[in-house]
Each structure stands twice: as structure tokens, then as C-alpha cells.
Design a binder for this molecule. Structure first.
Ligand code: BEZ
Length: 310
């Protein structure tokens, strides 16, 4: 017995007329009469007194009407509960590299949370390399990283290329160069790099940028994380190169200077499982680009988001 037939039957009982019930259901009268006839045939009973005006139910029809009301209301309840449970229990786990926390990541995630209040969003700090493995093992659903790591099971999109800046103490001679410096100006300095996690990592990317300019920094010291590097710079021990968005980290006497070479940039990639086409991922793009618009950040948006590897 289909719920649809019960809905038709209830309408006919309540309207006491096939014509009015058909109007209420927005269907024509002949198919409605046919469906009620089918229901009577299926049950092997007469549901309406023949020839009664207004239409009267038989005893069997009255019994079915009472139970049909309960069944239809239960079905509605089950439908809305299932929808709500589906909304509440959806989780999106996002992996990110630490430095993104000092840039736009918090704003993007906050906006995304507001726009998707029923989605359970979890954040996990992971290196780009760790994110690839975590995606494949299902421990995260999305990754934000800075390295271009290819894997057939993972799709990737370049969101933007971010400028790099030099951090120096206000007493350092480089601090006078407010208009900017070149990478070549930095090779003789004591340069703090981070993190000290397994390579490739951000420090590898930095060394590659120097190498592309045929430069090799002479005095490198590797540190665990960006805050340590900047703290030592603020103590006058050396200089450090960071993504421009992390210049929100403040220490007394710590200054940030633009790097003028065009290749002095660090990319930001979003990655996900190759087969994942969920709407949550697509709407995450919308939140990202909304924040870019608010911040006046230039970007190229592909119509086929993931299809486009840039
Ligand atoms: C960004 O700074 O462009 C960014 C940071 C985190 C996630 C996505 C984008």
C-alpha cells in the first residue's frame, strides 16, 4: 500500500467529494477515482458507500482513515527527523599547515561555519605531506597546504600565490629598506628557517626559490616553528622569511619588509580525494573566494574548480 494512495484516500474522506479532493491534490478527477478503485481492489473491501451524497465511508473506510492519518503523520516525522540527523551528523575534517592560521584560514573557516551551521567542522594541523596520507586514509576530507605534491588519489587546486616578506629587527640595516629587498641581499645574513619536520616542507620551498635565483644562503638555522623564528628575530639574532599573511604576528621591534623578486611567492593549495564531489567542498570554495573578495585579493576562479590544475 503506497503512502501516495493513502494521501489521496484521506483527501477524499475529508472533502467528502472526489471533485473537491482532486482540486485539493492538484490532480484530475479520473486518475484520483482510479487510484481509490485500485486501493479498494488491493484491500478487497469497499471504502465508500456507493451513491452516497455527500460521500460517506464504510466501516472499513473509517478504520483505514484513522490509521492512514497516523501512518502519514509518522511518515512526515520520519522524513524530517532523517533530514535533521543527516544535517547534524555531517562532518568535514580539514587539515591545514600551521602558517595558514596566521593568515586567512580563521576567517575562511569562521565564515564557512556561519554559512553551514549544521556541518560539524573539525580542524587538524598537518604538514602538506601528512595531509595527502590523511586524505587517502579518510582522516581528513580537505587539506590546505603550500607544497605541490601529486598523487593519483588526490585532486588539487591552486588558490593563490602569496608574497613572501622578510622579518628583521628594527635596528637591522635591512629595516631601512622599507621599499623592499631582493633575495640576493639576504644570502649573507643569518637566516632562520622553519619547520624542522621531515622534508619537503616550507624551508625546502624557500631554498628552492633561492636556487631558482642561483643563490645559496650561507648561514641557515632550522627551527621548529614560525613563532620561534620570529621571536629570535625580535631578539636581534638574525632574519627570517615568512608568508606575507603571517605578518599579523607581532613582537616589539619586529619589522616586515617586502621581497621584490617576482618568484618570491608561496602557493596555497586546496586538496581533496579525487572521487569526492560533495556539495560541502564546492561551498567551501565559495567561502574562500568570498573572503578573497572582502580582502581585495586577486584570484582566478575556474568554472570547473577541481578540473583545473594551475
Ligand atoms: C589563503 O590565505 O589564501 C587561505 C588560507 C587558508 C585556506 C585557504 C586559503
Amino acid at each position: 500500500m503506497e503512502l501516495r494512495y493513502l494521501r489521496y484516500f484521506v483527501a477524499v474522506v475529508e472533502e467528502q467529494s472526489f471533485t473537491k479532493a482532486a482540486e485539493r491534490l492538484f490532480i484530475a478527477q479520473p486518475p484520483l477515482s482510479r487510484q481509490i478503485q485500485n486501493l479498494e481492489n488491493e484491500l478487497g473491501v469497499q471504502l465508500f458507500e456507493r451513491g452516497s451524497r455527500p460521500l460517506q465511508t464504510t466501516t472499513a473506510g473509517q478504520f483505514l482513515y484513522q490509521h492512514a492519518l497516523k501512518l502519514l503523520s509518522n511518515a512526515e516525522e520520519v522524513k524530517s527527523m532523517t533530514k535533521r540527523i543527516g544535517l547534524i551528523e555531517r562532518t568535514l575534517t580539514i587539515g591545514f599547515v600551521g602558517s595558514l592560521l596566521f593568515g586567512l584560514l580563521p576567517r575562511i573557516i569562521y565564515l564557512y561555519r556561519q554559512q553551514h551551521p549544521h556541518l560539524n567542522i573539525q580542524l587538524v594541523e598537518l604538514s602538506t605531506t601528512e595531509q595527502i596520507q590523511a586524505l587517502k586514509e579518510g582522516r581528513i576530507d580537505v587539506g590546505f597546504g603550500r607544497l605541490r605534491i601529486s598523487d593519483p588519489a588526490v585532486k588539487r587546486v591552486l588558490l593563490r600565490k602569496e608574497n613572501l616578506v622578510v622579518a628583521a629587527h628594527s635596528s637591522h640595516p635591512l629595516a631601512q629598506r622599507v621599499e623592499g629587498v631582493h633575495l640576493a641581499d639576504l644570502v649573507d645574513e643569518k637566516l632562520f628557517v622553519y619547520p624542522n619536520t621531515p622534508k619537503p616542507n616550507f624551508s625546502t620551498q624557500l631554498m628552492n626559490i633561492f636556487a631558482e635565483h642561483s643563490l645559496v644562503p650561507k648561514h641557515i638555522r632550522e627551527l621548529r616553528e614560525i613563532q620561534l623564528a620570529l621571536g629570535l628575530v625580535a631578539a636581534g639574532e638574525g632574519i627570517c622569511i615568512i608568508p606575507a599573511s603571517a605578518d599579523t604576528i607581532r613582537f616589539p621591534h619586529l619589522l616586515y619588509i617586502p621581497i621584490l623578486d617576482s618568484g618570491a611567492v608561496t602557493p596555497i593549495f586546496i586538496t581533496a580525494r579525487a572521487m569526492d564531489n560533495s556539495a560541502d567542498l564546492q561551498s567551501l570554495f565559495d567561502s574562500i573566494y568570498q573572503v578573497y573578495d572582502l580582502e581585495g585579493i586577486a584570484y582566478e576562479r575556474s568554472v570547473f574548480e577541481w578540473a583545473q590544475e594551475r
